[in-house]
Design a protein around this ligand. Sequence first.
Ligand code: C2E
Ligand code: MG
Ligand code: MG
Ligand code: MG
Length: 293
Amino acid sequence: RAKAEGRARVEIFDQSLHVDARRRLTLESELRNALKKKEFVLHYQPIISLGSRAMTGFEALVRWQKSDGQIIPPSDFIPLAEETGLIVFIGSWVLEQSLKTLARWQQEFPRAEPLSMSVNVSPRQFHQTEFVEQVINAVTASGVPPQTLRLEITESVTIQNAQHAVGILQRLREFGVRVSIDDFGTGYSSLSYLHQLPFDTLKIDRSFVSALQSRSDGGQIVQTILDLAKNLNLDVVAEGTESEDHVKILHQMGCGYAQGYFFSRPLNETAVVEMLSAKDTAVEALPPLLANG
Ligand code: C2E
Ligand code: MG
Ligand code: MG
Ligand code: MG
């Protein structure tokens, strides 16, 4: 009996593997098609300076907008895109598109400190041989000052091959582009060589920000990260800032920048332009702290 059960289990297992493999194949060909048909769109989430309470720039976040209007979040297709290598094409589209948009916004809404654009870079994209060249070409073609592009990479990217990563980061920095470490605290904390990596900004993962709620032990971790960042001379952006309490605590703790639903969800281009055009007059439509600097 045990044998029969065992066989049944094996069959079920095989079947689910089969279904899984089929689903992946379908998704992969759908993704290839999406690239051809240009079904990707970018949404942009404001990043706010907690000192001046002004928007300093945006993070570009990709979505897949299917022909039927359905919007697929990145968590549903980025992992497979990364596995299959399609991420390299998606990533270069995101880079070029977001820089073109940034160039328009910088022209239309000039400031002493020009608006910036943060762009996520996947491990595969980062380690690809032409990556630095691609970044330089895209920035040059768009005409934006290199300092206004911020590439976001996660800790895991630098852990896989630290020497290689340092080399790429240095070339990017020489060109003038800024680099942020994304989702900080969720990977293997590479504390031992963090100081050797030429980052400009550290983004505290939202899991630590949501733990700020009321309990003080949540605050300890954030404070420790802020101290570390200060010692390493890094700017800090808190991700997932969802409440006024978060904002107050973060500001008190000395965190410079924040991003999150409290200020704004990621917006489409039209909504961003509306917000940037609003100047002081229409700010009341936005959360109290979101002023248009
Ligand atoms: P991420 O880079 O850490 O981006 C922040 C994510 O947190 C975004 O999710 C954003 O919508 C969400 N978020 C922002 N504020 C809040 C908040 O207050 N509360 C909560 N609960 N969530 C908030 P999204 O757009 O779904 O993107 C998820 C991840 O997908 C990104 O995490 C990034 O790792 C990846 N991703 C997005 N766009 C790209 C891209 O163009 N290329 C690559 N390689 N990865 C991307
Ligand atoms: Mg990011
Ligand atoms: Mg992040
Ligand atoms: Mg995150």
